[in-house]
Design a protein around this ligand. Sequence first.
Ligand code: SF4
Length: 524
Amino acid sequence: MTEAEIEETIEGFVQAARRCWESGFDGVEVWAAYHGIVDQFWTPWSNRRDDQWGGTLENRTRFSREIITRIRKLCGDDFIIGISVSDEPDFEVALQRESLAELIALHDRDQLIDYVSCGTGSYFDFYKLMPTFLYPERLATELSQTLKSAVSHALVTMESHVRTPENAEAVLSADQADLVSIVRGQIADPHLANKAKEGRPEDIRPCLSCNQMCWGRRYRDYWISCLVNPSTGREFEWGGDRFEKTAFPQKVLVVGGGPAGLEAARVAAEQGHKVTLTEASDRLGGQFRLAGMQPRRGQILDLLDWYARQLEQLGVEVRLNTFMEAAEISSFSADLILLATGSYPPDTGFQKAIPHKEQLPGIEDGGFFSAEDVMARRARLGKRVLILDEGGNWKGCGTALKMAEEGHQVVLITPDPLVGKELQRTAADYPLRQKLAQLGVRFILESAITRWTPQGAEILSFLDGSTSFVEADSLVFATPNLAEDTLARELENSGLKFLNIGDSAGPRQAPFVISEARRVALGI
Ligand code: SF4
């Protein structure tokens, strides 16, 4: 950068702060984390200058000190100025904790900053910026603790996978930080702080650390939403995750206790309707519960527990082990029936990538299972397992991870050019591939399975048309499901008022059926 460019950039920061101040904000946080431009000036690896902006600690911090000094002068002593830094211990070229402590101590000594915020990751390792459930919780603890001992004026804030009030309390009570920042937790439940304050943390809808609809949408330059809270981003349209009581309560029957049925029942009851939910199995959750049994995905089970508590509080009558026939539904005399009967995996071995094959040759010889069979422990798997993943998401990859962690030799085959293609936007794909590779999972890309035998599978490469044979004892398919819409078809000409929602209307991923269920229930 030339001197003129440095001056222009400093003024860019200062004028941004001025606009915030003039708009009524109480303060700003100067972005020095993640090896952004401020961090680039700080870090000797990226700052090779030999003028007043590089070399000594004083020189490398001149850029940040100049920004903050000018903001302070312009916006006054009452304006809060924080600075954000991040922990990146896995890349030696990044500033390590002791170096960051030295830098922050310098800013603190001159009382330039009111607080320092500790995150994790950087543009060297993007995946720790918004860590998914593959990472431990309270990820920035070591940095925040180090900085706590380096400052005497500034407060230390910890972020990065804090998520819950319990985590926040653990950090604060251990004196690992003065403040905590919870971002995704408050996207999942915008009333988190009030609920914690009112002593009812069990009512907080838990964030799943999935990144599917927050970062997953932002990554594609959309406004953010949330898997568990579809009102995020629709605050004006959907009342900010608040509900109004109806003047005309109706008798609503929800058939099916998967994510769509749970959300529809909850939202209908929140509005004052009299709701009964029936579920054929002995538990709520449907296939979402199976997903919650994948490694490190227990947060899904927490969400299902939250739904169960909410339904109880709202007076929803939940009938488990209750398989509803069309005649029983008819005699229930509901004003509205919501069918959320879910979906099921096909048993044909059909692959979208080779659509001319209606059925996989050899499938009748046995040893073939669905990902759902594996997660529900219905599959009797051999030692060597071949899994075909057509979705590029958690259904296939999470099942592969589970089988590999249980000691199976796993080969993952996909028509995609990389494993976990759909997880790229959630920043989960690379750490997941690392885990799979470390567990010895072998990847076969851009291929399909053309024949199954008791000895293994014939594989077709889309790239050069060649075929090969992979030895295996069991074959697992993670392919799109089929709608379980038997009831919907039976009720079609019954004259009953019903809506088919969730997977039984069209198999999809959880965020889309939860969002649809919220919209439908708000329309009752
Ligand atoms: S989309 Fe997932 S990670 Fe993001 S806030 Fe919602 S539950 Fe949390």
